[in-house]
Design a protein around this ligand. Structure first.
Ligand code: FES
Length: 583
């Protein structure tokens, strides 16, 4: 194409560099100017005439979980060019769990807005989303869902495991286990420092079935990655090959106009929920799936999800529910091994980024082989799905518990509430010698919900009070409106909705109240009369938190509760088109 052809007035269904022109009032001039500037970087017209593939580059010195981003970007570019496209990488916000204050969740929606708006603003026919650490994959899927162009997820991949005195260790189930030992005086300062060097043995995401691994598996189950895209560790050749394939596939998606709405269907969300339940996935997976579904106009029906859980066993033997790590899952065949087992429960006609259905991809993956990481349906790790949905007067909008990581002896339990008003109160008193607490009590932590902290921190894994830990207590029932890391374990009720900071019943729990947890009946009840609770609310009404300016104001004014995915209300699709899972 000649220079004069290539700067003709673009049409409304423009592609490539002609898409989304800057508004100067003269579209021909806008394209002329755009090409003049990009040519300053040495591009030729031949290059600029190819399908443009955006690459959301989330490499950041603050994000070691994305530490392989430079190699991934290079491999994606190679794949794009081999397939005849023009790769254009661009930076977006990157969020790491341990480097985000007050929480990474506080910034997830900001990253989703950044991703959506940069996809919309810049010319691209398809986008490759490079994500891995807990909030990045959901943020990218939320943003891409709203932008609705062809989009494909590239996972950064898990870290390698380390070794401490001959014991295999990995972040972050072992982080918590060793920290618990240190708190209980079972190991000394030298040993905890030694462990600190071994827990994260390479760049990449946490090596257990935490939120990052959960979201990687969910992304593949949704059909948003190339087959096998969830499991290769970050530093392997397999991961780099997946990146190259992803780049090439993005070009094909651009040519086929395979937009994300053709992939993120109700059937795909059902497949993702099956997978979430069967991998003993992070409870955060529910919040994120709810937010992504909300961008597509779908409500998540928590009761239907719970029913789905009753006939979806946990098959994946990974920590914290089991014993292995992500690299073992990869060696065992990764997601195709799991999906093969789940086949009777899946919607095999769901479309994937390859343009083939999940069922067709499973056929192409070939037969399975002997391995011990994914169990058969006849011999599960846990007979039901990893997550149960609870209801009762303490959580009218629902709460959840990761039953596969809970203590069976505590799942039917009534006890006395020991209440902490907020995270600061907890920090001040949890280790006090005079804390009035026994192993039969129930720890209640308020004000760590979406608005409460704000940002719904992963503080739901309330530490065992020091005096109990030193006495050998390993678990105690804990309840909060916050979240918990997917790497944690214990009998822990989370996401109590509505949260205490907006006046949910949790706000009015007092020391000494009786609380009943029955996972078998899916019940979480505060054994206090409605009249008494109304009286407490009248005496001490709750004032929801506010802010004067900036992102904090936007957050506090518009963030929704856990049952809506903690998304901003104005980012959800304007029209509700149905519920998921169905039935
Ligand atoms: Fe990034 Fe765990 S901290 S995945």
């Amino acid at each position: 194409m000649s220079d004069s052809d290539s700067i003709k007035k673009p049409s409304s269904d423009a592609t490539g560099l002609r898409k989304g022109l800057t508004s100067y009032g003269d579209s021909g001039f806008s394209l002329f100017l755009r090409k003049a500037f990009i040519k300053g970087a040495g591009y030729t017209d031949t290059a600029l005439d190819r399908p443009v593939i955006g690459i959301a580059n989330t490499g950041s010195a603050y994000n070691p979980c994305h530490g392989n981003a430079p190699q991934l970007v290079e491999a994606v570019k190679r794949g794009v060019m081999l397939a005849g496209g023009l790769p254009m990488d661009f930076p977006t916000i990157s969020i790491h769990e341990s480097f985000a204050h007050p929480t990474s969740m506080y910034l997830r929606n900001l990253m989703s807005m950044d991703t959506e708006e940069l996809i919309r603003a810049q010319p691209m026919d398809a986008v490759v989303l490079i994500g891995g650490c807990d909030k990045t994959v959901p943020a990218q899927l939320m943003g891409a869902a709203s932008a609705n162009i062809p989009a494909i997820q590239l996972i950064t991949g898990s870290m390698l495991t380390g070794s401490h005195r001959s014991e295999r260790v990995g972040a972050c189930t072992d982080c918590r286990r060793y920290w618990g030992k240190f708190r209980a005086d079972e190991i000394d300062e030298q040993e905890i420092a030694d462990v600190n060097n071994q827990l994260v043995a390479s760049v990449g995401t946490c090596s257990v079935m935490g939120t990052a691994s959960t979201m990687a598996c969910i992304a593949e189950a949704l059909g948003m990655t190339v087959p096998g895209g969830a499991s290769p560790p970050a530093v392997t050749a397999d991961r780099i090959r997946i990146a190259e394939q992803t780049g090439a596939q993005a070009v094909q998606m651009a040519r086929d106009r395979l937009t994300i709405d053709k992939i993120l269907t109700p059937e795909a969300f059902e497949n993702a929920m099956r997978v979430l339940l069967s991998i003993g996935g992070s409870t955060n997976g529910i919040v994120h799936l709810t937010a992504i579904a909300g961008r597509m106009g779908l409500e998540v029906d928590l009761k239907a999800l719970d029913r789905m859980g009753r006939d979806t066993p946990v098959l994946l033997d990974l920590k914290p529910s089991g014993q292995h790590y992500m690299e073992d899952f990869h060696h065992a065949g990764g997601m195709s091994t799991l999906l093969r087992e789940l086949k009777p429960l899946l919607n095999l006609n769901a479309m994937t980024v390859t343009g083939r259905t999940l069922g067709e991809e499973l056929e192409r993956a070939g037969p399975g082989f002997a391995q011990d990481v994914v169990r058969p349906m006849s011999n599960p790790i846990y007979p039901q799905g990893g997550i149960a949905v609870l209801e009762g007067n303490l959580a009218p909008g629902g709460a959840i518990i990761k039953q596969s990581a809970a203590n069976p002896e505590l799942m039917e339990h009534e006890g006395r509430a020991v209440v902490f008003e907020n995270a600061a109160d907890l920090a001040t008193r949890i280790d006090a010698d005079d804390l009035d607490v026994t192993a039969d009590d129930i720890l209640v932590l308020k004000n760590i919900g979406p608005k409460g902290a704000p940002g719904m921190p992963e503080a739901g894994y309330i530490p065992i009070p020091l005096k109990l830990a030193r006495a050998g207590v390993k678990d105690i029932v804990r309840i909060s409106d916050g979240r918990m890391s997917g790497t944690a374990f214990g009998t822990i009720v989370l996401h109590v909705t509505p949260e205490s900071a907006i006046g949910g019943p949790l706000a009015y729990v007092q020391n000494g109240d009786r609380i009943r947890l029955s996972v078998s009946k899916r019940e979480i009840s505060l054994l206090v009369s409605a009249e008494e609770l109304a009286e407490r609310a009248r005496r001490n009404p709750v004032t929801p938190p506010t802010a004067d300016r900036g992102y904090r104001k936007l957050f506090l004014d518009t963030v929704t509760q856990a049952d809506k995915g903690v998304d901003f209300d104005f980012l959800r699709a304007p029209v509700n088109t149905g519920t998921t899972p169905r039935g």
